[in-house]
Design a protein around this ligand. Structure first.
Ligand SMILES: [Zn+2]
Length: 270
């Protein structure tokens, strides 16, 4: 599932192709995604110029003068930038035709993604209800300490609660907790203030490192590569059960928390 750094990478790839350009035509091939794509969306965006491409939480937002088109990649969504003359593939559900024979194609085998619209300056409800942006200044030790004090849930589940903190998924939550030396199982309430501060720093650091890795994957990105935004970051604990902890050599453990595989060093993380 794409997490914040992957979405940021896709946004950065779309920016030079979309921002300042006019969408010639939009086509809905199959609009039954997680929420149905509005059938009048093609009319709303046809021959309109995209003013700006931004990201909020895991939503990619194309701002027009008269509203905003949002894209969420769901579980398996990808966007390809390719020549419009290239054949559509199975599971290509929406396409946008741009000047100079370029097409953007939204591909999503599991169809958990979304393409939506909000009028004027209003933010779509889904976007407006997102939690704090983890790379922004509002995500700081004071805020995390406040969120922690309010819940006895394990800290990893709080980090992954997108209504509280946007876009930190399973992989980056595991990695950030390892760097901060905090066990994912620790009740959030029991976090000391310096630990909250360390965890904020480590969340920002792992996300930034992943965005940087995504940026380098973009430089190597071939035109029409359908894995836009997916890249391999060197994980320290995620997916490494049984391997040696890079800090202390103790074997990395795998536990299941909130139905998700969680990786930790039981020696370093308390
Ligand atoms: Zn260790």
């Amino acid at each position: 599932m794409p997490e914040l750094p992957e979405v940021e990478t896709v946004k950065r790839a779309l920016e030079p192709v979309l921002a300042g350009r006019r969408i010639r035509r939009m086509e809905i091939i199959c609009g039954s995604l997680r929420a149905p794509v509005r059938s009048d969306l093609p009319e709303l965006v046809a021959n309109r110029q995209v003013k700006e491409v931004t990201r909020r939480a895991k939503y990619i937002l194309a701002r027009f003068g008269h509203g905003t088109m949002g894209i969420h990649l769901g579980m398996s969504g990808t966007i390809r930038i390719e020549p419009a003359r290239a054949a559509l593939r199975k599971h290509d559900h929406v396409q946008w035709l741009l000047p100079a024979g370029v097409a953007l194609r939204y591909h999503d085998p599991r169809r958990f993604g979304m393409v939506f619209w909000s009028d004027g300056d209003a933010e779509h409800e889904r976007v407006a209800n997102s939690g704090v942006e983890p790379l922004g200044p509002a995500f700081n030790a004071a805020l995390l300490a406040k969120l922690c004090a309010a819940t006895a849930r394990p800290i990893k589940l709080l980090l992954m609660d997108s209504a509280k903190i946007a876009g930190i998924g399973n992989i980056y939550a595991s990695e950030a907790l390892f760097r901060a030396r905090v066990s994912p199982l620790r009740p959030a309430k029991k976090l000391a203030r310096p630990e909250a501060a360390a965890l904020v720093r480590s969340c920002k650091a792992v996300l930034r490192a992943a965005i940087k890795a995504g940026g380098s994957s973009l430089r190597d990105h071939r035109y029409g590569d359908d894995r836009l935004g997916y890249f391999q970051l060197q994980h320290k604990v995620y997916g490494k059960a049984g391997e040696s902890c890079p800090a202390c050599s103790f074997p990395i453990a795998r536990v299941v928390l909130g139905q998700r595989a969680t990786f930790l060093c039981p020696h370093c993380q308390r």
